[in-house]
Design a protein around this ligand. Sequence first.
Ligand code: NAD
Length: 486
Amino acid sequence: MGLLDDQSRWRGKIFTGRWTSTGATMEATEPATGDVLAEVGTADADTLGRCAGQAAEAGRRWAATSFTEREAVLRRAAELFEQHRDEITTWLGREAGKARTAAALDFDLALTELRAATALPAQPWGTLLPTTQPGRISTARRIPYGVVAVIAPWNFPLILAMRSVAPALATGNAVVLKPASEAVVCCGVVIARLFEEAGLPPGVLHMLPGKGSELGNAVAEDPNIDLISFTGSTPVGRNLSEAAGKHFKKMVSELGGNNAFVVLADAEVEAAAAAGAYGSFAHQGQVCMATGRHLVAEPIAPLYENVLAKIADGLTVGDPRGDVDLGPIINQSQLDHITDIVRRSVDAGARIVTGGTADGLFLRPTVLADVTPDMPAFAEEIFGPVAVITTFRDDDEAVRLANGTPYGLVAGVHSGSAAHAQAIGDRLRAGMIHINDQTVNDETPAPFGGMGESGGSSRFGSLTNLDEFTVWQWVTVRDTQSHPSL
Ligand code: NAD
């Protein structure tokens, strides 16, 4: 029996420790066909407030459990998750429009996050501090925040929810998860069913689909929510951050990107173009780490453009249930956003080398050349399968162009000389730098995160999870009561 097979259990419901009807629902649809796949419940601000209150109480009990108990729940969740791989990746293909390799990547990253979280409860959580006071033990320990609100996007719905939910629970927090509406089953129902089956005590996890703006405001203002882990676009993250800042809440923000892939004149062009194609076209370019801009040394640019176009032309696009390289764009408004950027850039002088056409939501991988920094394709996050090529004359110009947006998520540099590429990499302002690799890279042990408008200083992964999901507390203990005199 699959995790989701018994739809009568969760259909039309939210998860509050049990599956509950609110009377309001939304549909999960399949972008490739437009079919309705399922119906889930939705929550409003009042429901969120009630759930946050229950989570605060349940979270206190959860934080007081033995580390072995928390570890056991996470371990069971990881085992169950792995057992249901085929079912979950099929849902990722249908609901999130993921071709087989993109679905496998989402699943595998989520699995390794979950497994890594099983090690967190047993980490040492404190330090013995020097003290000037005789007879006093002075310690610093890390404690859970309390209730963590997780707001996740649709593009990698599993990993981007799991990378917050699993470490937050492992470190003793309760969680209120607001999944993306475009992939509500993969981003929300799967995770709620998983922890329900794994035996997480009721009330520690709530899964509340609903309207982003309404639930976002509620999360920012709710007195029971102490930390917001938000992954999504920069404009939404900025608004949420402002609202949460008024209440001095901690925000972990992972936002948009417009990532540079620098191809130096001494690079082997076939390898660089293959890397660039992966960076721009994997999962239809709907990846925060996607290669947004290919910055290519002038002498090799014509060849790079040709090889990249040839790779693009060879990719198959279609329903992810078939054997295809790329699936559909998630919805019409995202497709309109992509084609609008391409059109405005062409109007400003860019040249479509290949692609640029769509059949329904199926957009051909597109190569756009002659792009200059004043064009929308250079300045804006496209979030679609469009490889944007800009040329440079020397290293200084390459660095200037690469650093020429307010984002700072990730950058890649290709060169025949690793030392040359590293010297360029050292000058790039990004949270993640890949020498002789493209930009789409994620591994659980790495501190994942950006700079600037990609999210400031927030980080996910491994031990950085302890930094993000727990907070320092200073604790001193004396054997006898103090009796100071003034
Ligand atoms: P989005 O910002 O529109 O939505 C993200 C989440 O926020 C969704 O759950 C949405 O319902 C919710 N939301 C919407 N309005 C809200 C509001 N006013 N307050 C609070 N929450 C609200 O982003 P999206 O279209 O789902 O995802 C694409 C964006 O996410 C891209 O910009 C991409 O670069 C970014 N992203 C970043 C990372 C990263 O790790 N840096 C990873 C994946 C995606």
